[in-house]
Design a protein around this ligand. Structure first.
Ligand SMILES: Cc1cc2nc3c(=O)[nH]c(=O)nc-3n(C[C@H](O)[C@H](O)[C@H](O)COP(=O)(O)OP(=O)(O)OC[C@H]3O[C@@H](n4cnc5c(N)ncnc54)[C@H](O)[C@@H]3O)c2cc1C
Length: 590
């Protein structure tokens, strides 16, 4: 854990530190960085219940692993989930990094979770509560005028158009048409998400009609997308002229990607980020009450209610293979063998195939492909505990310090123009953390006050661009980590004076930290880039995009498989379908 309490300097810092000490005393020393509730559920399934044999074992309790387990157990397969961390959820966790402050430590917003998973797993009944946001996007500007302008966007189209009109009448008129256009693209992609990609190997077999049927969803999507996709930046340029609007929209096209808004192909990442829905509203993002870990908890409860066994602090060190090369279970770090007919790995393809599977069992070209997957990632996440709400020059707080609508938004800083994002990217491409990073600042406690002590808040800073390797081989040590966080805080201070003095503690997660703590290769938030050459048929590798692997009985069920990253649950659900189909086939053959 990398939790850096900031040294007390100003009066309010001292106040903060005293409060922190009080909180610490009240909570007990063991509270820091504890995954909330994760233990509780895990403790109800203690190690003595870990059986020697299951029908299916899932490596990793990321949300996808939990979704897969829930579906398998629901279908009657005796299923165990083995998670190496002390907390369930993978990158969808709530952790108390600073005592009393509950952070969605990695992912922080929900939209992409497939709608059928809510209903089929009865997640509401198992405790999931989502807090929608409207308005949802706020881009304050740094300008000489007083007050500076800002762009506030929400679901009320007329109001959003009035906001855009501050910058361009033409853009305000174009915006509703752009939304319809995006809606059409999303509808084209949607059917591809909830089933395995067409099996390229099987396409060579079967009648022409069968082959066409298998390819039909892809053909439909291709026709609807047309030639627009690879040139998304030009599309933004084609639709709009005002830079704050273009930069705000472009953030979705570069999120998690080591690319600039000018890099062709960013359109898919953007589509990926607008294809979700919340309470029937396309493209809406909301907070999970209790933080993202509460979603993982709800899925775990759904799985456990049907009888799945879920364990934390159980690291798998190897997939167990029979003499016929078939997966037969897993070997734990302490040497314990847990046997199963199917093994599903929620870990990244790199961990699964380069560390957990005996290499001699894998085709060389497959191993090479996995080694060469693009895992570059620009993201540094900083979780901050503050003792008051930030007050932005463009929208100052009221005297009662109550949250205002923009405090509930994704607050985009350094987004005055796409040239800033490009500049930030270029620095990182040369090995230097951006001097003016792209920052998405969220304050979940503005809608969910229980996340922080009274009057205090949790602030999530999703920032890019930071390289995995620093120029000149410099290490990402404490000094480098703090220097970058200070740069980010200086930027926020310019938009919201007083922010730095409000900080109680911070948790800085650079790409190597994300890799070490969460097992994300290269720190990549999606288990691997979402570029066109690593999607659908080719995710993670050509001929192995249908969750199966070169090892019979070993399946992938996480973000490294189709349809990729984000808190979607689709990979877990689709993988479970494939496993169940294979089980049925085996039973039928016997
Ligand atoms: C900083 C950050 C911010 C993000 N923000 C958002 C967001 O706001 N919204 C959104 O939708 N998405 C977001 N994402 C992306 C999203 O969180 C991930 O794509 C998604 O959570 C991955 O889920 P998963 O279940 O596929 O894998 P993971 O969550 O990576 O789970 C894999 C699990 O396997 C475990 N594991 C690995 N090896 C072993 C082993 N040997 N033995 C046992 N267990 C093992 C790991 O500990 C982990 O728990 C973000 C990601 C990051 C990192």
């Amino acid at each position: 854990m990398r939790s850096t309490a900031v040294k007390a300097k100003s009066r309010s810092y001292q106040h903060s530190t005293e409060m922190l000490a009080g909180l610490r005393a009240g909570l007990g020393a063991g509270c820091a960085a504890r995954g909330l509730q994760g233990h509780r559920l895990a403790h109800s399934r203690t190690t003595e219940k870990l059986q020697r044999e299951y029908d299916a074992v899932v490596i990793g309790a990321g949300h996808n692993g939990l979704v897969a387990a829930a579906y398998l157990q629901q279908a009657g397969l005796r299923t165990a989930v083995l998670e190496k961390r002390h907390v369930l959820g993978g990158a969808a966790v709530t952790e108390e990094i600073v005592p009393g402050f509950k952070f969605s430590r990695a992912s922080y917003l929900l939209s992409l979770l497939r709608p059928q998973i809510y209903t089929e797993l009865e997640l509401q009944r198992h405790g999931l509560r989502v807090l929608p946001r409207d308005p949802y996007s706020f881009t304050p500007l740094l300008e000489d005028r007083s007050p500076p302008r800002s762009l506030l966007m929400g679901h009320d189209m007329a109001q959003t158009q009035r906001q855009i009109a501050q910058f361009s009448q033409k853009d305000a008129q174009a915006y509703p048409k752009y939304e319809v256009f995006m809606g059409r693209l999303v509808s084209a992609i949607n059917p591809l998400l909830d089933a395995p990609p067409a099996d390229t190997a099987a396409l060579g077999r079967g009648s022409l009609l069968q082959r066409l049927r298998a390819l039909w969803p892809l053909l439909q999507a291709g026709l609807a997308l047309g030639r627009q996709l690879p040139h998304f930046y030009e599309i933004l340029d084609h639709w709009f002229e005002s830079e704050p609007l273009k930069a705000t929209l472009a953030t979705d096209a570069v999120i998690g990607a080591m690319s600039s808004p000018h890099t062709p192909g960013g359109g898919y990442v953007l589509l990926h980020h607008v294809m979700g829905e919340l309470e029937g509203r396309r493209g809406a993002w909301g907070y999970v009450a209790g933080g993202m870990g509460a979603l993982s908890q709800a899925i775990a409860r759904a799985a456990a209610a049907n009888g799945a066994h879920i364990f934390t602090e159980q690291a798998v060190c190897r997939v167990l293979l029979g003499s016929d090369g078939q997966a037969q279970g897993v070997v734990m770090q302490d040497g314990t063998e847990v046997r199963s007919k199917a093994v599903l790995s929620n870990a990244s393809p790199q961990l699964t195939f380069l560390e957990l599977t005996p290499q001699e069992q894998l085709p060389e070209d497959f191993v090479r492909r996995i080694q060469q997957l693009d895992t570059r990632s620009p993201v540094t996440k900083i979780n901050v505990a503050v003792d008051r709400l930030p007050s932005f020059l463009a929208a100052p707080n009221t005297c009662d310090s109550q949250p205002l609508p923009h405090h509930c938004c994704s607050i985009h800083l350094n987004c005055e123009g796409t040239h800033l994002l490009h500049q930030a990217y270029t620095e990182a491409a040369h090995g230097h953390p951006s001097s003016r990073p792209m920052i998405e600042l969220c304050i979940p406690s503005a809608l969910d006050p229980g996340l922080a002590p009274p009057g205090c808040h949790v602030v999530s800073l999703f920032t890019q661009y930071t390289p995995y390797e620093l120029a000149g081989g410099q290490p990402w040590d404490e000094k480098a980590r703090n220097a970058y966080a200070d740069t980010v805080f200086d930027c926020i201070e310019a938009y919201a004076p007083g922010f730095k003095a409000s900080v109680i503690g911070r948790d800085i997660l650079t790409p190597p930290d994300l890799e070490r703590i969460f097992g994300l290769p290269g720190g990549n938030i999606f288990h691997g880039g979402m570029s066109l050459d690593q999607l659908y048929f080719t995710r993670p590798a050509p001929s192995y995009s249908t969750y199966q692997s070169p090892v019979p009985g070993l399946y992938l069920c996480g973000s490294g498989a189709h349809p990729g990253g984000g808190v979607m649950g689709a990979a877990g659900r689709n993988a479970a379908q494939v496993v169940l189909r294979d089980f049925r086939r085996l039973r039928w053959q016997r």
